[in-house]
Design a protein around this ligand. Structure first.
Ligand SMILES: *Cc1c(COP(=O)(O)O)cnc(C)c1O
Length: 448
């Protein structure tokens, strides 16, 4: 039976972001989960060290979440949001607006973070047309940014590898630098921040008349290696957007819902986005719901008689799905009753100390963390910061070793991403960091 399933998976499946040749040598099929662990079909257990790719909040099989779905299922699983709404989608909208930055008053649902970003881009683009400034059609995006894998989202992303493969399909955008302190010449946070802000301002001075919006991840660039922005940078970007009349699209897909120790990471610098995309943790990691938030000002620019053609022409089959919205509502109740955000902020300090124990390893170049969003950058030489040769795939081999030792994660190049479920307790965090340490030592041939 087990072998049979594995054969089937190799025969018929094509997995996302996976070289299937790698999968064929290292197949893995998850069967169940409980708390912050998942179990495969052989009965082997793993810590969910990456929250099932940055989603999970309360652990798996959280009773309250399971029950919320069952209760909703007694009523209806899904009906459309085109031209009408449903009960949980409506209730959830109010709750989302309550917890989001105050300027945001409207939510537009979709099913994934990439879609939430596409929607933000299209809204920003059409907003200027609708208010009679059609010359504002271009975007500024950030170097090393990541916003998902659909064409629009990749266009404003800037992971080199993706552009190398799909570049010809993309629309162009202006690229602005984001401080990567560890790899900057000076290594000085303030200097690095000021240089990047200066470059952005120059870009805006020259081009703002044709720029609709700037897109940026909130406080941390996740997929490019958990690069945490130095203090003041994010707020500085907000100021420049305002000064040059450019909308600010903030991507909170990874950072939203408590991940960084605030409900939304933009709260760290009191930034009010014009558009904000969220997803991932919104349902506690249960079902595919995503959301684009916007301001009343932008919403009003679309509100008119139909003949004016100001309607936002966008929607998906499963938009506003009741099961997803019902579990999202329960998720937000748990955030309140279990004080998840406060707990993350508190436990992040323990986590900081735990991760610090890796600092002395000879191939650990940099450790970055904001709340429960962490990355450990491995390098060949600590002194020169020289990376390992890419073809060695050190990050990949470390994550395979971690899997063997009982913990799942996915590397970002040679950055080991550590994104435990927000409910992880101290002992669990300790056990996971110990596995990470052992795997790094084994793969880089260092005595523990
Ligand atoms: C994961 C992610 C996305 C894409 O979300 P999907 O649900 O995978 O489409 C977008 N932006 C950021 C910052 C992300 O981490």
């Amino acid at each position: 039976m087990i072998q049979d399933l594995i054969e089937k998976s190799k025969k018929h499946l094509w997995l996302p972001f996976t070289q299937m040749k790698d999968y064929d040598t290292n197949p893995l099929i998850i069967e169940s989960g409980n708390g912050i662990k998942v179990k495969d079909i052989n009965g082997k257990e793993y810590y969910d060290g990456f929250s099932s790719v940055w989603l999970n909040v309360h652990g798996h099989r959280k009773k309250e979440l399971d029950d919320a779905i069952k209760r909703q299922l007694e009523k209806i699983a899904h009906s459309t949001l085109l031209g009408m709404t449903n009960v949980p989608a409506t209730e959830l909208a109010e709750k989302l607006i309550e917890i989001s930055p105050e300027k945001l008053t409207r939510v537009f649902y979709s099913d994934s973070g990439a879609e939430a970003m596409e929607i933000a881009l299209k809204m920003a683009f059409q907003y200027w047309k609708n208010i009679g400034k059609p010359e504002k059609q271009k975007f500024i995006s950030m170097r090393n940014g990541y916003h998902g894998d659909t064409i629009g989202a990749v266009s404003v992303g800037s992971i080199e590898l993706f552009h190398h493969v799909y570049g010809a399909l993309m629309f162009e955008s202006f690229k602005a630098p984001v401080p990567y302190v560890y790899r900057s010449l000076s290594g000085d946070k303030a200097q690095c921040r000021d240089e990047c802000l200066k470059a952005l301002e120059q870009l805006l001075i020259e081009n703002h008349q044709e720029i609709a919006a700037l897109s940026i991840e909130s406080m941390v660039q996740g997929a490019s290696g958990m690069i945490v922005m130095p203090e003041g940078f994010f707020a500085g970007v907000r100021e420049l957007c305002t000064k040059y009349d450019v909308l600010m699209i903030v991507d909170e897909v990874a950072t939203g819902f408590g991940r960084t120790g605030k409900m939304f990471a933009c709260e760290h610098e009191s930034v009010q986005p014009d558009l904000m995309a969220a997803g991932k943790g919104i349902t506690g990691g249960y079902l595919p719901i995503a959301v684009t938030f916007t301001t009343e000002e932008i919403y009003s620019a679309f509100y008119d008689d139909y003949e004016k053609l100001k309607t936002f022409f966008h929607g998906h089959s499963y938009t506003g799905n009741q099961l997803g919205c019902a579990v999202a509502i329960e998720n937000l109740s748990l955030f309140e009753s279990e004080k998840i955000v406060e707990m993350v902020a508190e436990k992040a300090e323990d986590l900081y100390l735990l991760l610090n124990s890796l600092q002395s390893l000879p191939h650990v170049g940099d450790i970055r963390q904001l709340g429960f969003m962490c990355g450990v950058e491995l390098v060949r030489s600590k002194e020169t910061k020289e990376p390992f040769p890419a073809e060695k795939r050190v990050g990949y081999h470390v994550s395979l070793k971690m899997r063997e030792l009982g913990m799942l994660t996915r590397p970002l190049g040679d950055v080991i991403a550590f994104m435990p479920p927000l409910a992880s307790n101290r002992e669990e965090l300790e056990a996971m960091v110990a596995i990470m340490k052992e795997a790094i030592c084994e793969v880089t041939n260092v005595e523990l």
